[in-house]
Design a protein around this ligand. Structure first.
Ligand code: CAA
Length: 297
């Protein structure tokens, strides 16, 4: 199946990155968000990230203009998906919201259209079950920052048709990504392995085994991770990490996934990491520098 017209639902960090990579690979993209201001911001971010590629010499000015021209924005989802062959939903990670969006997509998108979700942990089978096309629902989990990270974790729901999986695998390769197909169990693979590591790093801090910088340095220099687990947790969002740990804990019923009480406290207090200005580190707007939060110094 050849896909040309893509709709991306949600113009936040993941949505704008997904629109960026599709547009850069020559696909026509309808970027949809209920908030017109968010769409404007997304276009600016995509422009800035394409500029970065131009200044590195990996993209020409002409290719940048073509990529930007491939993106059209919409606040009306029904209009944005009416001619789509593939929808990639990248709305906020909230189960009720995603179920509502998929009910609407099922009504509004053409019958043959594949409905993909970028969810990091919500069951694909559960999302598919609210549609009349469970065979055409699949997980297409991009990593942040989307234009940089090579992986697309492709998640088969219980009823996903093999031809749909094959189409999404081929498409991911066309985007210059490396697809990995996994089955639909809590946390899939990426977060089933990543989140316990992050949780263990937080437990190590909570129990006083080492400080923020030591924990991150051990993992950066000892295991060649680009970011230490605490910095990565801040980058992902501590609320997102907590919510994924709840999915693992509830889904498996195994106490090994219980979120560290320190993480729960930080989220309750609104210390969500980079996006709120402070988590394990403190961030200054417009600066790449992060210093350890004075709570852990
Ligand atoms: N768009 C386009 N390019 C970007 C970018 C963006 N948003 N952000 C960074 N880049 C590019 C830079 O231009 C640079 O390119 P070159 O290598 O060609 O020079 C490269 O990425 C590195 O950027 P920087 O030099 O600015 O910064 P850095 O070296 O500190 O790298 C990073 C930044 C790529 C984010 C790196 O720290 C990293 O890989 N961190 C780990 C990221 C990670 O683990 N992501 C997965 C999170 S989990 C997830 O997303 C899924 C989930 O379900 C929770």
């Amino acid at each position: 199946m050849s896909l040309q017209q893509i709709a991306v639902i949600g113009a936040g960090t993941m949505g704008n990155g997904i629109a960026h990579v599709f547009a850069q690979s020559g696909f026509k993209v309808n970027l949809v968000d209920v908030n017109a201001g968010q769409l404007e911001k997304a276009l600016q971010t995509i422009g800035k990230n394409l500029d970065r590629q131009v200044s590195k010499g990996t993209l020409t000015e002409g290719q940048k203009s073509i990529a930007l021209a491939n993106i059209t924005t919409h606040t009306d989802m029904a209009v944005g998906v009416q001619n789509a062959q593939l929808v990639v939903e990248a709305a906020t990670e909230n189960t009720d919201l995603k179920l509502k969006i998929f009910r609407q997509l099922d009504e509004a998108a053409p019958a043959g259209c594949i409905l993909a979700t970028n969810t990091s942990s919500i069951s694909i089978t559960k999302i598919a079950a609210v549609t009349k096309r469970a065979d055409k629902v699949i997980g297409m989990h991009f990593m942040n920052p989307v234009p940089v990270m090579k992986l697309v974790e492709i998640i088969n729901g219980y009823a996903t048709d093999k031809s749909v999986t094959d189409t999404i695998v081929a498409l991911s390769t066309q985007l210059g990504k490396v697809p990995c197909v996994v089955n639909d169990y809590p946390g899939f693979i990426a977060n089933r392995i990543l989140m316990p590591m992050i949780n263990e790093a937080i437990y190590s801090l909570y129990e006083g085994v080492a400080g923020v910088e030591s924990i991150d340095t051990v993992m950066k220099l000892g295991m060649a991770h680009p970011m230490g687990p605490l910095q990565l947790a801040d980058f992902i969002g501590l609320d997102v990490c907590l919510s994924i740990l709840h999915v693992l804990h509830d889904g498996f019923g195994n106490p090994k996934y219980a979120p560290c009480p320190l993480l729960t406290n930080m989220v309750t207090a609104g210390y969500l990491g980079a996006k709120s200005g402070e988590g394990f580190y403190k961030y200054t707007p417009g600066s790449k520098e992060a210093v350890v939060s004075r709570r852990f110094a």
